[in-house]
Design a protein around this ligand. Structure first.
Ligand code: HEC
Ligand code: HEC
Length: 355
């Protein structure tokens, strides 16, 4: 369905009606009866569509790990502390760096051993809303996820016990843990809980797109508005990148050449659609030059758009929502302009003075 395509034709109809010089009364009829109600229908559908993209107010903190300022502050220190790694040189922020929109600007990240990781470091902004984590969904919560890089050989290279010992050996951490977790000894669960709490406070700033959704017509260009129509219409992007974070939090094979089978590692081969499937990433706050995709294989939005036009590698697992289509050069520019309206001013933070 493409409600947007209709609108210009109604305008054209109205113009044509005028051009053939209908009697004034007839023109009035035309405008008051047909095009106006059509225009109203168009506005209605647009309003309904826009309603799907409204930002929610606040992130959800789980009952099992409620927010406290002390916990978030402690979590921030731990997130930026390279002493949590075997070499003392890699922190979470090495790969989720605020200067690179909370990623690292690399096609594939590198940790304590310097070895290239199998996949690109995603941004962690808006991770409070994640229902499935990692490109292949192998973690369910931020608490659970935080343990993975700390204990991965090529990321931070530690064990839970070694991390607890290291943190305990830094006397400045003791009072911070006492206020965040009163009457509790420092343990690994508290460390991951604090980091997760800090991550939940990282929320993207309002983008030009949000201002448009909120009713400011001038917030984005006419070109970007046409791009929004394409995104929800002919280009089919919203089938997977729907909602205010521009993701369905689900897994799809979009036909990249990568040999990585992603979600397929956790599904039997008979579940064909999960082979080569990766989690749909959010499109907010993208780094302008990428790299994009789980393998960091694309560095421009135009490359990404052309990939979708080509429809991806034809294989049994390819998503049925991947269909070949052709955009004009102008439409490509419009779609790109729209995606750029999802980028807000960068979410910055003051680096903590570590305990
Ligand atoms: C050496 C680089 C590196 C370090 C260090 C690192 N990460 Fe990551 N992070 C990655 C990569 C790569 C992925 C994606 C891995 C995958 O999907 O297989 C990832 C994924 C994530 C995700 C999932 C995001 C999503 O959209 O699903 C979160 C959250 C995260 N990291 C938080 C952290 C935290 C917290 C730390 C510190 C405890 C940390 N990372 C340390 C590279 C790193
Ligand atoms: C079938 C579902 C689906 C459709 C349709 C779809 N995408 Fe995606 N998109 C994904 C998935 C899944 C990924 C990650 C793929 C990977 O890395 O293996 C992705 C990745 C991206 C990325 C890279 C983001 C990043 O952080 O790496 C961009 C940009 C993007 N898509 C834009 C679009 C646009 C624009 C359209 C419409 C032309 C579109 N997508 C259509 C599912 C989809």
């Amino acid at each position: 369905m493409n409600i947007f395509k209709q609108n210009p034709s109604f305008v054209a109809l109205a113009a044509a009606t005028l051009a053939v010089g209908f009697a004034a009364v007839c023109v009035e009829e035309t405008f008051s009866a047909r095009p106006l109600s059509a225009a109203t229908a168009y506005e209605d559908s647009l309003a309904k569509l826009k309603a799907k993209y409204v930002r929610p107010d606040a992130p959800a903190f789980p009952e099992t790990n409620p927010y406290s300022e002390a916990k978030a502050k402690l979590g921030k220190d731990l997130f930026f502390d390279p002493r949590l790694s075997s070499t003392g040189s890699v922190s979470c922020a090495s790969c989720h760096n605020p200067a690179f929109r909370w990623s690292d600007g690399l096609a594939k990240g590198r940790g304590v051993t310097g070895q290239e990781l199998p996949r690109r470091s995603p941004s962690i902004v808006n991770s409070a809303w994640l229902t499935t984590l990692m490109w292949d969904g192998r973690a369910d919560t931020l608490e659970q996820q935080a343990a993975l890089p700390m204990t991965a050989e090529h990321e931070m290279g530690m064990t839970p016990d070694a991390i607890v010992e290291r943190v305990k050996s830094i006397s400045g951490y003791r009072p911070l843990f006492e206020s965040a977790f009163p009457a509790k000894d420092i343990d690994f669960a508290s460390i991951t809980a604090a980091i997760a709490t800090y991550e939940r406070t990282l929320i993207s700033n309002e983008a030009p797109f949000d201002h448009w959704i909120a009713g400011n017509e001038g917030a984005i260009t006419a070109e970007a508005k046409r791009g929004f129509a394409l995104f929800n219409g002919a280009a089919g992007c919203s089938k997977c990148h729907g909602g205010w974070r521009f993701t369905d939090d689900s897994f799809h094979d979009i036909g990249l050449k990568s040999a990585d089978i992603g979600r397929g590692q956790f599904a039997p081969p008979s579940v064909v659609g999960m082979q080569h499937a990766f989690k749909t990433p959010s499109l907010r706050d993208l780094n302008i030059h990428g790299p994009y995709m789980h393998d960091g294989s694309m560095t421009s939005l135009v490359d990404v758009i052309r990939h979708y036009e080509n429809g991806g590698e034809k294989r049994p697992s390819l998503s049925t929502d991947m269909k070949q289509f052709t955009l004009t050069q102008q439409e490509r520019t419009e779609l790109e302009a729209f995606v750029k309206t999802l980028s807000a001013s960068p979410l910055t933070t003051e680096l903590p003075v570590l305990p």
